[in-house]
Design a protein around this ligand. Structure first.
Ligand SMILES: [Cu+2]
Length: 242
């Protein structure tokens, strides 16, 4: 290679390397900056003792359970981590619009319990309701902002529904089995999480900005915090319920 050609080749390589990823001229503008807010939800104080559920009114419900089934309203592990808390962005996204996923969210009825006990979905996301039991259920969500419905579901069948509007959270009951209760939180954006056994949550791919975050629990109420995150920043924060 002649020295002059070599010089221009190296110059070209240098120019290409100096253009940051995602902002090449003519290419699509980056839509996410990869900022994250994550942390834990904890419970402080004496954990209320779970109560056994009496399934005697339908013997087929108790049959698949080898141990007594306990109430699921306040679930705390040995380290004080609180499960079934919905952590979400309640303000700060402006007028950004997000298309709902086409992939359905699933709620199962298994051993006459809703699984999961707390579910979070997107507005207009398909919601698949599965009856894995040998008995019929009657699914009855009682929303405030959405359309109320009430449908019998025969054993071993499934059906599809959806909620159109944001709501935290819709109580769902079964008209046949009074102990069956779940909650479905509905969001018009993807920035939410439901804590698992370790109480942790992770809201990732957030645009840089200042957000109001809420943590909602079915019995313990709602806790609010404000957080500001820069581009590609990760912030840790925790919520504590008493
Ligand atoms: Cu039922």
């Amino acid at each position: 290679m002649k020295p002059k050609v070599m010089f221009f080749s190296l110059l070209l390589v240098a120019v290409c390397l100096s253009v940051p990823y995602g902002v090449r001229a003519g290419g699509p503008a980056p839509t996410t900056t990869g900022s994250t807010v994550r942390g834990k939800v904890r419970f402080e104080g004496k954990v209320p003792a779970p109560k056994p559920i009496n399934m005697a009114s339908d013997p087929s419900c108790a049959k698949p359970h080898s141990a007594p089934v306990m109430s699921q309203d306040v679930m705390v592990n040995g380290e004080g981590d609180l499960q079934n808390v919905v952590v979400f962005v309640s303000d700060g996204l402006g007028d950004r619009k997000f298309d709902p996923p086409t992939q359905p969210a699933v709620i199962e009825q298994k051993g006459c319990l809703y699984q999961p006990h707390v579910l979070a979905v997107r507005a207009n996301q398909p919601l698949e309701l599965v009856n894995d039991d040998s008995t019929a259920h009657n699914i009855h969500p009682q929303p405030v902002n959405n359309r109320e419905w009430n449908k019998a579901e025969p054993p071993g069948t499934k059906m599809e529904e959806a909620f159109a509007r944001e709501e935290v959270a819709i109580p769902v009951k079964c008209n046949v089995h009074p102990w069956m209760k779940s909650y479905i939180a509905v969001f018009k954006h993807p920035y939410f999480a439901v804590t698992g056994k370790d109480g942790s949550f992770d809201l990732s791919n957030l645009p840089a900005g200042t957000y109001t975050l809420k943590a909602w629990h079915e019995k313990l109420g709602t806790s609010v915090q404000t957080v500001t995150i820069g581009a590609n920043e990760t912030k840790e924060l925790s919520f504590t319920f008493k």
